[in-house]
Write a protein that binds this ligand. Structure first.
Ligand SMILES: [Zn+2]
Length: 352
């Protein structure tokens, strides 16, 4: 491993958090699927091998829009997933490529390189073999991340506190900053029975540098719980919702049903390929960000469904001005609705 891989950036995650809120783009699975470089269903990040140039551009687009962190796209890049696909031989190249693409952008843009591990989908606390299998998957992925020069590791989308705790312990063995976030499903507790604030508190007490919630819930069904997490925990707190209009009856993006256009949706479930009508607009993202920040959340991101214009609004709501803000909307310049609109167009615009 070359020394240059470990030179890192001038400021680490904790230094940045102590100066102000941090933004992390996520949602690479959905974004690459939407662009036609990844298959919905298997959801394995083969794009990092098949089209590294596209992957790099997505990192750059999210950075342009305000991301402080390059999350290596290794979500679901696990031994279990690759075995099911008959591609276990590609496991290590996939992980290392994802890390190297993210590292390249991180080092060029003074952003952080994050390794990423996630829900294993094999963990069962009643079955020691499955627990060992999950642990070995985390160990090899974190090892590769450390070897490729990760500045931090994000462990995310856990439904079990026990599984998240195991992931955290492995990250800490490498002395890397750990962001550990839980997925809140319809039930207000983890699969091992903790409330989400209690789960986050346990992870914080176990040494996580940032704890919080990611995925599953949209802004408006995450906000109250993340405030409770904030109350319960004393360190840094992360809010990484999906940008979809979840509601009390359908609190997760998997629970959403299309009541306007139900017949065009496979199996009647918009998740994951027909969520378009539920996408939050940029102003909703801005509103959520402001409220969560006022409540004391200081690590922000958007999970599945993240798009650059939404991330820019998140960054701007935190008082940031990423490069993309150069092109933020200014309707005062519009030919029909703007201040300099000619009278003939103003009266026309009134009729629209
Ligand atoms: Zn997600």
């Amino acid at each position: 491993m070359a020394d240059s891989q470990n030179t890192g950036t001038t400021r680490g995650l904790l230094e940045r958090l102590n100066e102000g809120p941090v933004v992390c783009a996520e949602g690479y699975l959905f974004e690459l699927e939407r662009r036609g470089y990844l298959q919905a269903g298997s959801f394995v990040p083969e794009v990092v091998l098949d089209h590294p140039e596209v992957m790099e551009q997505v990192h750059r687009d999210f950075t342009h829009a305000g991301s402080d962190i390059q999350q290596a796209f290794t979500y679901n890049g696990t031994r279990e997933k690759m075995r099911i696909m008959g591609k276990e031989d590609k496991l290590e190249p996939l992980n290392r490529n994802a890390l190297r693409i993210a590292r390249k952008v991180a080092r060029e843009t003074d952003t952080l390189l994050a390794g990423n591990i996630c829900n294993s989908n094999v963990y069962d606390p009643e079955n020691p073999d499955s627990v060992r299998e999950a642990r070995e998957m985390f160990e090899e992925q974190v090892q590769w991340a450390a070897e490729e020069g990760a500045d931090m590791v994000i462990a995310e989308t856990y439904s079990w506190t026990g599984e998240a705790k195991m992931a955290l312990d492995i990250i800490k063995k490498h002395n890397l900053p750990a962001v550990v976030t839980m997925a809140m499903h319809r039930a207000p507790h983890t699969r091992d029975g903790d409330t989400l604030p209690d789960a986050c508190k346990k992870l914080e007490d176990a040494g996580a540098d940032v704890v919080g919630l990611n995925c599953m819930r949209g802004p408006w069904t995450m906000l109250e719980t993340i405030k409770e997490v904030r109350q319960k925990c004393s360190g840094h707190v992360a809010a990484v919702p999906v940008p979809y209009r979840t509601n009390e009856e359908e609190p997760t993006f998997m629970a959403l049903r299309d009541h306007v256009c139900p017949h065009h949706v496979p199996e009647g479930r918009p998740f994951p390929t027909a969520l378009d009508p539920f996408l939050c607009n940029r102003y909703e993202v801005e509103d959520f960000t402001r409220q969560a920040h006022e409540a004391g959340v200081d690590y922000f991101g958007l999970c599945c469904g993240c798009q650059p214009h939404l991330l820019r609004s998140m960054a701007e709501a935190l008082g940031r001005r990423p490069e993309a803000s150069k092109y933020s909307p200014d309707m005062s310049k519009h030919a029909w609705f703007g201040q300099a609109a000619r009278d003939i167009n103003k009266s026309f615009a009134d009729e629209l």
